[in-house]
Design a protein around this ligand. Structure first.
Ligand code: AGP
Length: 612
């Protein structure tokens, strides 16, 4: 997630901005920059690297600079580079902006600005569209220009603009990406997150979606989209720095679990045409002939990403009618897979740096097989070496245990499956529209699952679970990969040994392990195999196992059979994994809390396994 800091006052802006950007480094970024108001100009300094690199470039900067804006960029459009690094300036150099978010209609706006208004672009970013739009509308008042420019923009933004013609003034706009005003004495601040403000002030005000702000050293004015002045309440921040970096949550993992509704919405943003009921991942570029000729897809990944691939297999086979083979990368790279013509390899990697996955990508490409990467990190090695890339846009994932990145991987796989199905004509009539509608409903359904009542219920269950040294996860069809992911989550952060078992396999051995009270978490969301899974639950009950079932509202028999039950909102079975995995994430989290393990940094594990 990008970090934004703005300052206007009487103190040294450069140091305040650099310190503020350092407080936001935990959010993850790949480049940084500042625009400083200096001798009647806005002087830009950028670094395609760390804030420390940026600071070195500023060391000879003159003093008495009392206003500026700074930005740490988490790349979405355009890889990390100097020209893509923020801030971005208008053609005249009189206006500079920093922006966090995704401008959905940036292609249209860029085309208009280039062909109709004669602007030339220096970067690949969607942000640069904004600064030229603001200049296009500037007639002497920066707030008016920003209001005008924003009225033609679709997407998410946290925007801070400055003009050399209006020294000491910052103009801000917020839609879907956070912006917080900090009130000082003879100085004021704007930032994308509280940690950047705490060294200077605890008196703050959160801009809401659709609101604008104009800051000077002596005043803060907040407006609605029509330019009407608003009376906003301020609030006193009581958090310390560490709590603020986690947005008040106890751990990054919990913060990232709670961010999932926004994360999947960002993943879908700009890739679904709701009006037509179709997906439109414009980054994909396969000819209709290529799609028609496709005979096999390999999905290759590690760990949690591998579990996403298992879901992807079922979904792609069902919607696109192409056989899919899923491998863990460490096996794929050494088993001499039968790679050949009319195949596609899909590699999935949150970090984009996992050694085995990278090796698998290179093996596939060496055999002439086109590679599509699904990754969360722009500029990562996997994203640079693949033939095509779909970014998950989950924002940086800090906790070692992957949650929001995994969920956005699932979303991307649904988009790919629908894209392939559409291109190959294998979708049933109305199926695309039905699934698009289901996908768009997921963020709100996730919010319902993440309610305080539900999290309390899962926390209470973990009081029982955390006392056990082992646990089972069972499921059939799409529930089985979710069971595997749930088992991995529990293992990797609570250190409880957990095994995922295809429910139909219990009788072939694992049932011997069922004993009185043993925790068994059953995923039961697939109606087609509901009765079969109910039978498995009865087998477990008969041997004293304690079944905690995760099922859909309306699957009432499950509640009658299981010792306890957690229901997810009714959902198309094929989309159920996006919802049913979330209770398993929270179970792992609360079990780890109860056992006192290190939730964000579990023992023996790294966030990115860059060695074999
Ligand atoms: C996920 O919770 C684990 N930390 C781990 O399995 C991870 O998914 C795996 O190492 C793959 O990482 P990647 O997605 O960055 O390639």
């Amino acid at each position: 997630m990008c970090g934004i800091v703005g300052y206007t006052g009487t103190r040294e802006a450069r140091d305040i901005l650099i310190d503020g950007l350092k407080k936001l480094e935990y959010r993850g970024y790949d480049s940084a920059g500042v625009a400083l108001q200096q001798d009647g100009e806005l002087v830009i300094t950028k670094a395609a690297g760390s804030v420390a690199d940026l600071e070195k470039k500023l060391v000879n900067n003159s003093k008495n600079i009392n206003m500026g804006i700074g930005h740490t960029r988490w790349a979405t459009h355009g890889r990390p580079s100097d020209q893509n690094a923020p801030p971005h300036s208008s053609a005249s150099g009189e206006i500079s902006i920093v922006h966090n978010g995704i401008i959905e209609n940036h292609r249209f706006l860029r085309k208009w600005l280039t062909e109709e208004a004669g602007y030339t672009f220096r970067s690949e970013t969607d942000t640069e569209v904004l600064v030229h739009l603001i200049e296009e509308h500037y007639t002497g008042d920066l707030l008016d220009a920003v209001l005008e420019a924003i009225s033609g923009v679709e997407g998410s933004y946290a925007l801070v603009a400055a003009s050399s013609r209006e020294p000491g003034r910052l103009v801000c706009a917020r839609q879907d990406s956070p912006l917080i005003v900090g009130f000082g004495e003879g100085e004021n601040f704007i930032a994308s997150d509280i940690p950047a403000l705490l060294a200077h002030t605890r008196k703050t005000c959160i801009l809401e979606d659709g609101e604008f702000a104009s800051l000077t050293a002596e005043s803060v004015e907040i407006y609605d989209a029509e330019g009407r002045l608003l009376e906003k309440e301020t609030f006193e921040v009581t958090w310390d720095i560490e709590a603020a970096e986690k947005n008040g949550y106890k751990h990054f993992m919990l913060k990232e679990i709670m961010e999932q509704p926004v994360a999947i919405r960002e993943t879908m943003r700009q890739r679904i045409d709701a009006a037509k009921g179709k997906v439109d991942p414009t980054e994909l570029d396969f000819s209709s002939e290529e799609l028609a000729r496709l005979e096999k897809i390999y999905i290759v990944a590690c760990g949690t990403a591998y579990h996403a691939g298992l879901i992807g297999k079922v979904v792609v086979e069902q919607l696109a009618g192409i056989p899919v083979e899923v491998d863990v990368a460490s096996e794929f790279r050494y088993r001499n897979p039968m790679l050949g013509e009319n195949q596609l390899a899909i590699v999935i990697s949150q970090s984009g740096e996992t050694a085995d996955t990278l090796a698998a990508l290179r093996l596939a490409r060496s055999k002439g097989v086109k590679v599509l990467a699904i990754t969360n990190v722009v500029g990562s090695t996997v994203s640079r070496e693949a033939d095509q890339v779909l970014f998950t846009w989950a924002g940086p994932e800090i906790a070692v245990a992957s949650t929001k990145a995994y969920l956005t991987q699932l979303i991307v796989l649904y988009l790919v499956a629908l894209y392939l199905g559409e291109g190959r004509g294998t979708l049933e009539p109305g199926q695309s529209a039905e699934l698009v509608e289901g996908l768009l409903a997921l963020p709100e359904q996730l919010k319902a699952i993440l309610s305080e009542e539900n999290t309390a219920k899962l926390c209470a269950y973990c009081d029982h679970l955390s006392g056990w040294g082992s646990a089972f996860f069972i499921g059939r069809n799409l529930d089985y990969p979710v069971a595997m992911e749930g088992a991995l989550k529990l293992k990797e952060i609570s250190y409880i040994h957990a095994e995922a078992c295809a429910a139909g396999e219990l009788k072939h051995g694992p049932l011997a392990l069922i004993e009185e009270g043993l925790p068994v978490i059953a995923l039961v969301t697939q109606e087609a195999v509901l009765d079969k899974t109910l039978s498995n639950i009865q087998e477990i009950n008969a041997r004293g196992g304690a079944v905690f079932a995760i099922t859909q509202e309306g699957f009432d028999d499950v509640g009658r059979q299981a010792s306890s039950v957690f229901t997810i909102p009714p959902v198309n079975d094929i989309l159920a994994p996006v919802l049913s995995v979330v209770p398993t994430q929270l179970i792992a989290y609360y079990a780890a809390l109860a056992r006192g393990s290190s939730v964000d940094k579990p023992r023996n594990l790294a966030k990115s396994v860059t060695v074999e």
